[in-house]
Ligand binder design. Structure first.
Ligand SMILES: [Fe+2]
Length: 220
């Protein structure tokens, strides 16, 4: 029997979630930075094209990681704040998310405290070569080691909890962190609550398709 292909039209929870990402990139201020404003506009344009195209939905095998035991708390904490709308939308697809480490060798200490789940990208679940969207979850006290993305412009939006990047600022729900290509960044998470961030990656289709996390060697 032929498998009926699914799209964001037949599975509208995913379309609503994309619309919530679009709203994030419309509502969060650029803080006077033309570079961030341009990134936000490019993200909106890409998301808008994915929605209009009625993109294919190729669900990955649902997968949990130890850190996903903190997901419910992270969603609950985000429900009462400014990010409530996207939190509700994420909750609708939570059972279908495929939580991954993304590294062949997971850095020590990260197996129980970190995982990410893709929402859109070349590997799906919403299939697109224009942008990668996802969420990353950190357990309380997690340090996400220094990494950079070649050829990729990245933004994180804090949805729940609080994080710092490179000890240079504290980001709470509704804040956006902007990481240009090759920018080395390390994230720390408060001791008491998990943190949930949405992310968007923009770059050339080839860079998005071949993207791998890159860790710097730990300094002795
Ligand atoms: Fe990153």
């Amino acid at each position: 029997m032929d498998e009926v292909s699914q799209t964001i039209k037949t599975q509208p929870d995913w379309r609503y979630l994309l619309a919530e990402f679009y709203e994030l990139y419309r509502q969060i201020p650029a803080g006077g930075s033309p570079r961030i404003r341009s990134h936000q506009r490019q993200a909106r344009e890409a998301i808008s094209r994915v929605i209009k195209a009625g993109a294919e939905l190729r669900l990955q095998t649902a997968a949990q990681k130890p850190v996903t035991a903190h997901l419910r708390r992270a969603l609950d904490q985000g429900r009462s704040g400014t990010m409530a709308s996207i939190i509700r939308s994420l909750d609708c697809v939570a059972d279908s998310l495929s939580w991954q480490y993304g590294y062949e060798k997971v850095p020590p200490g990260l197996t129980g405290t970190y995982a990410y789940a893709e929402i859109a990208g070349p590997q799906g679940p919403v299939v697109t070569t224009e942008i990668i969207l996802g969420v990353v979850l950190f357990a309380p006290g997690c340090t996400y080691p220094a990494h950079a993305h070649q050829g990729i412009t990245e933004s994180y939006v804090c949805l729940s909890g609080a994080v710092s990047e490179n000890h240079q600022g504290v980001y709470v729900p509704g804040s956006m962190i902007f990481n240009p290509p090759d920018h080395l960044h390390r994230i720390t998470v408060g001791d008491r609550e998990p943190a949930l961030l949405a992310y968007a990656w923009l770059g050339k289709a080839g860079d998005l398709a071949g993207q791998k996390m890159v860790f710097s060697r730990p300094r002795k």
